[in-house]
Design a protein around this ligand. Structure first.
Ligand SMILES: Cc1ncc(COP(=O)(O)O)c(C=O)c1O
Length: 373
């Protein structure tokens, strides 16, 4: 096992499902017991300062991974909920004009649902056809008609593994004054991300996959340059500039992204996620990326001849989404199952994810399975 692999509890067999749930860091249960349960057990309500400290640390760790300030990061229930909160916070257009939200048809469906759920607030979903490549800049440009207010870009697509060119697509958006929202759910923790390079308006993600933080700890980064224009609607006392003012007739938005926070915060998912993000930060996303690509290269050297569509590893995330003809796909699936491999299938492809706790030996074993097809 790669030495960094010993930092995680990896299920028996070959675990290639990090695009779904990243493995539990060995430290998590101890730290959660110490920082979340022990203060509750020993101090009851006086645990709050320590609990809030966990969330501060969570935002700080994420900020270090993304080269961003923790003030610009706010916990969210999920990626789709974060998108919904952001859209509702945008200033309304005069005369109740429609506001179109553009995304590629292979974006995660939940984000499309979030937009459709806001139809009565004037939001309308527009999709770039799934047969057009997600990085086709001409297609993005052509779809950015005057009604488009927001573009949602998926950094790494969950069913194809394709990586979007955020900088180039964002440039087109900025030229048309279209707000840029980036979904990093499938890239945070495995693809190095520098938010200063992107200068997006909003970045949404969660910790359940490559950040190894467990479910329930999603997050939102808001570009501080545009924060003052945003007036979240789903607010509570933790969205207030001073949560402890307690004057029901006076509400002022918090200065930073925390204006999106809401009422009494959820803590437990962030205690778990903080350890995951910290572990990933200590190992280094660049190291994880290099390791993942090395393993993917080993698999591809044997898989390539069977693929319906070749994969460019420079333009993909941590998951090999291998599209094969149906009869080959079934045979491959059987062999993977017999070899105790954790994997899943989407449409005509099999998804195999390579994280820091996976090994060259595992990659070679999968390559041998391809050779035997
Ligand atoms: C690209 C992408 N975005 C978002 C999500 C999850 O969104 P949510 O947190 O709203 O469930 C996933 C989950 O698989 C995903 O792959």
């Amino acid at each position: 096992m790669h030495s960094e692999g010993s930092f995680f509890s990896v299920p028996k067999g070959m675990y290639l499902l990090s695009h779904s749930v990243g493995c539990l860091p060995v430290q998590t249960s101890r730290v959660v017991a110490q920082k979340y349960f022990a203060p509750w057990q020993q101090k009851g309500g006086d645990a709050w300062p320590e609990w809030l400290g966990i969330i501060e640390q969570f935002c700080h760790e994420l900020g270090m991974i993304f080269n961003a300030s923790d003030v610009d990061i706010c916990p969210q229930l999920s990626v789709s909920s974060g998108l919904s909160q952001y859209l509702q916070a945008l200033p309304p257009l005069p005369n109740k004009q429609k506001r179109t939200v553009l995304m590629h048809a292979t974006a995660f469906p939940s984000l499309g649902f979030a937009v459709q759920g806001l139809a009565e607030y004037g939001f309308e979903l527009k999709l770039i056809d799934k047969d057009i490549a997600p990085n086709d800049l001409d297609a993005w440009q052509a779809h950015m008609t005057d009604d488009v207010a927001v573009a949602v870009i998926t950094h790494v697509h969950s069913n194809s593994g394709e990586l979007s060119d955020i900088v180039e697509i964002s440039k087109l958006c900025r030229a048309k004054q279209v707000q840029v929202v980036v979904d990093v759910a499938q890239s945070a923790g495995v693809i190095p991300i520098d938010l200063q390079d992107w200068q997006a308006d909003v970045v949404l993600g969660s910790c359940v996959k490559w950040l190894c933080g467990g479910p329930g700890a999603a997050f939102m980064w808001i570009n501080p340059a545009h924060l003052d224009d945003l007036q979240p609607k789903n607010i509570g006392w933790f969205s207030h500039e001073n949560p402890f003012e307690f004057d029901i007739e006076h509400f002022t938005y918090a200065q930073g992204a925390k204006r999106f926070w809401g009422g009494t915060p959820s803590v437990l998912p962030y205690a778990s996620a903080m350890v995951g993000v910290q572990q990933i930060r200590k190992i280094g996303v660049l190291n994880i990326y290099a390791h993942s690509k090395n393993l993917q290269r080993i698999v591809l050297s044997s898989a390539a001849t069977h693929l319906a569509k070749m994969i460019n590893l420079e333009q993909s995330g941590g998951t090999l989404c291998l599209a094969l003809e149906k009869h080959l796909l079934d045979r491959l699936a059987n062999k993977l199952t017999q070899s105790n491999v954790y994997y899943d299938r989407r449409e005509n492809s099999i998804r195999l994810s390579w994280h820091i706790y996976n090994t060259e030996q595992e990659a070679r074993k999968v390559a041998d399975i391809f050779d035997s097809l």
